[in-house]
Design a protein. Sequence first.
Lengths: 297, 268
Amino acid sequence: MKYYSYFPGCSSSEGTSVAYGMSAQAIAGALGMELIELEDWNCCGSTPYGSTDELEAVCIAARDLALAEKTGLDLVTPCSSCYTTLNRANSFLRQYPELKGKADECLAAGDLKYKGEVKVRHLFEVIYNDVGLEVIESKVINPLCGLRVAPYYGCQLVRPEPGFDDPRNPQSLDRLVASLGAEPVPFPLKDRCCGGSLIIPELDLTLCLIHKLLESAASNGAQCIVTVCPLCQINLDAYQNMVNRKFRTEYNLPVLFFTQLMGLALGVEPKSLALNKAIVSAETVLSPYTKVAEPAV
Amino acid sequence: MEIKAYLMIKMERKDGGDGERDAVKELEEMPEIETVTPVSGEYDLVGVATVDTPKRVTGVANEIKAKEWVKDLHFLKVEPASPNPFLDEVCSTPGGESIRWCAQCGLCSASCPNVAQMDYSPRKIIALTRAGRRYDILTSNTMWICASCYLCTARCPKGVKITELMHALERLSTRRGLHYGRATSAMYRAFIDSIKRNGRVHELGMMMKFYLLTLSTGKINPLATIKMLPLALKLLLRGRMSIKPTKIKGREQLKTIVERAQALGGTR
């Protein structure tokens, strides 16, 4: 069993992406991982805080990093935005001594200290690298043969820093999908933006971005889209209906978290994967693979 | 903003020799004075002072006037210490320094998913920043519709951190009060408000606050809000919206940290 400090992030802990958090915990055991939730974590601040006040933003992210440092474990998050934000705070603290000095003083005011040793990792990267495709393949008891999946990386998994996969043409999620027995379809827009939180203030602009993504996935024959980010999931899933009305299209593409897809293949009890929380129901597409089909609410 | 002032000083009694030498020495000992040069004509000395705020210019002048050997003092010129204070300001924020490397190739603009709707493309924003066009930039919509997708940053051949630049411009615009009416800015405010209140973002509360803020600016049609209700209902029914916020235990600690950061003036 490998242990990790776990940072679910606001939306996966109980918000719009609660299904992500639930399915992540549901598959962790089967993969020999234990995700120990970071005690009393706070929101990472995401883009809004960094775009309002730099020092405050770095400090609130540093509170989480300081708490994680005490555990001595890698800090794992399923959310691409948390992943980028916490990493950004980490690299800013390393890069800018003046900022570090001020941040240290602020943390000290809250009786905290951060040395700068926490490694922030994305849940997908941990599963891909630490567990590995061979082990995953060996654990698949319910191969998803014939399921055509569009692997959607989104922005902040492979960017801005070159990380574990090629930022120009990432392949890791394609390989993971294939290791589950499913078929990754060509998806040229796989690392393009869904608009993220701009969906709230700039609805029309963001619907255009979502439309392009859905079109790219559907025209390549995908039956569903699989994502690694809570924001990508809600934008593509919950706003699909609005895209259909705005562009007179008829997309009906379920958008799954990669953890849900893995759970199905690994034979995890479908109920614990919270598949019924999606707006675009995956029931028809997944019915060959779920023995106990869940009714949509 | 740093200010450079050129001061003409007339001495009480110019007798050449020691008096002038001592006067130059005395002025040079003032921390604000960069150089002092004796000149001939109506005035006897020219001093160049650099101060951090415009207010200090008068302070320095009064300090010199108070010296008993000074008869008269006259400002020749007062100007910003740097030819482009806005560029300096941008470059002093984390990540902002990288815009000096830009070669204006336009790959950022070509990569941007939202460029068609922007007042100025990312490449133009960099060119305008380097030209010191502060007001045009800070009142534009460009940074407010940046989706932080980092495609420009990942592709830039010169390593310019364009996404960080956009965040820096949002901060500068907000600090100068030029953000008013931008919906994205209202969303940021609602988001941060939720963090400060609970320690985490409570999505439902955040959304409600956002709509209240935008309604009060009159920039968003109230009908747009009503259009969102069916979606909100669907999310609620599926248990994807919690009614009550979760509050962390360390709220006081978080507050202390944030307040200290505010006291330190931030690195905006």
